[in-house]
Write a protein that binds this ligand. Structure first.
Ligand code: GLY
Length: 390
């Protein structure tokens, strides 16, 4: 029996849009996109990894709806989110004479969504785009909310714009062909919503997370829709991250430091950094007396049960890490205010808070403890589940 799509509305006045979450959504994409078009043609931007799996079904759906299309297929990888990559994409869009009232489709994961979104934010001073996210991370986080960016030598996502998409189509069938490691990395962002603001959802994930990762379509639709609804609520309240939107960065301060230390390489995927970062944020919260001392273990137990990393020791090469260097990486965090690091900490599962009063000494003490434990890991049950699963 076909499953019904879930529709989440992001109510932002003229910048508002719907997020459709479902199975078999790509086949219906033409009909969903057609009403938005000023003329029946679009340009699809995707990458060489996604194109073989997802481009032809989308093109077929556009054909069925009588929508002309052209495709730009970029090399895969974070390297595209650069000045050079942005220039190449803008060239390709302008060569195809994309007009301001046209719609550009971003078909892919976070890199494609961020790059296409940023290019569209400046193309002819602002052109509309549609997100068709193909990774779990992009479906629950990066395709929703209008954050677009490229990376520069100072750090990740430091040049960008808020530019909302006109439509998001999250087809969970795309997740079937994701490499398991990438799926689990995206699952960290799913867990994030439970931990930051929805204790019932975290309990639901404790019950259903493994089945969801194993491929249950109904559970995937439910989880993606719940995450999108949660993110939509936050974005509607604080589109430009002047306040509570920062909660979506739970786990990201520690995570970004680890990503920077591993050179943003395949040694640590973004979601893996977020998983470890969330475990560390709960440990720091417990050390500061903000939350119950037993909570970090509950968070870590769920991450480990889902074969996800949950400690610095899970990062390849972590024995060489140094606490001061990790702390220095945090200095480029976008949440830094007047030189003070801002952390998203937790008072409980489902109750995250923004704190700008955490001393560097407390952070260093936690990092040093973690690094000392790697040097002498002792008998930690389940400690190596993540590495084995990779
Ligand atoms: N990824 C965090 C946000 O969209 O605010």
């Amino acid at each position: 029996m076909p499953m019904t799509d879930r529709i989440v509305s992001v109510n932002l006045g003229q910048r508002g849009y719907d997020i459709h979450v479902g199975s078999g959504l790509t086949a219906r994409a033409g009909a969903l996109i057609a009403p938005l078009l000023a003329r029946p043609q679009v340009v699809i931007v995707t990458d060489e990894n996604v194109a073989p799996r997802r481009l032809a079904p989308l093109q077929a759906a556009l054909d069925t709806a009588g929508i002309g299309h052209d495709a730009i297929i970029l090399p895969p990888g974070e390297g595209q989110k650069s000045f050079a990559g942005l220039e190449r994409l803008c060239d390709a869009l302008l060569t195809r004479k994309v007009e301001r009232r046209d719609k550009v489709i971003a078909l892919g994961g976070g890199v494609i969504g961020d790059l296409v979104g940023f290019a569209c934010s400046i193309l002819r001073r602002g052109t509309d785009f549609i997100q068709i996210p193909t990774t779990l991370l992009a479906q629950v986080d990066s395709s929703v909310g209008g954050k677009t960016a490229i990376n520069v030598k100072y750090g990740k996502n430091l040049l960008g714009a808020f530019h909302q998409p006109r439509l998001v189509l999250a087809d969970v069938d795309a997740l079937d062909s994701l490499p398991p490691r990438e799926l689990r990395a995206g699952y960290a962002e799913v867990v994030k919503y439970g931990l930051l603001g929805d204790a019932d959802f975290f309990a639901w994930l404790e019950q259903h997370g493994e089945a969801l990762l194993a491929g249950d379509t109904a559970l995937r639709i439910e989880a993606v829709a719940r995450c999108c609804a949660h993110k939509a609520r936050i974005v509607m309240a604080d589109e430009r991250e002047e306040g509570e939107r920062a909660l979506l960065n739970l786990g990201h301060t520690f995570g970004h430091a680890l990503e920077a230390e591993t050179g943003y390489s395949a040694r640590l995927l973004h979601g893996e950094g977020v998983a470890i970062g969330m475990a560390l944020a709960f440990k720091l919260s417990a050390k500061l007396g903000l939350c119950d001392a037993a909570l970090p273990a509950r968070v870590i137990a769920h991450l480990r049960r889902c074969a996800m990393p949950a400690g610095i020791g899970d990062v390849d090469g972590a024995v060489g890490f140094d606490a001061e260097t990790l702390l220095a990486h945090m200095g480029q965090d976008k949440k830094v205010r007047a030189g003070q690091l801002v952390f998203i900490l937790a008072e409980a599962i489902g109750r995250a808070v923004i704190r700008d009063d955490v001393s560097k000494d407390a952070v260093l003490a936690l990092l040093n403890e973690e690094l000392a434990a790697i040097a002498d890991p002792g008998p930690v049950p389940g400690h190596n589940t993540f590495r084995k699963a990779r």
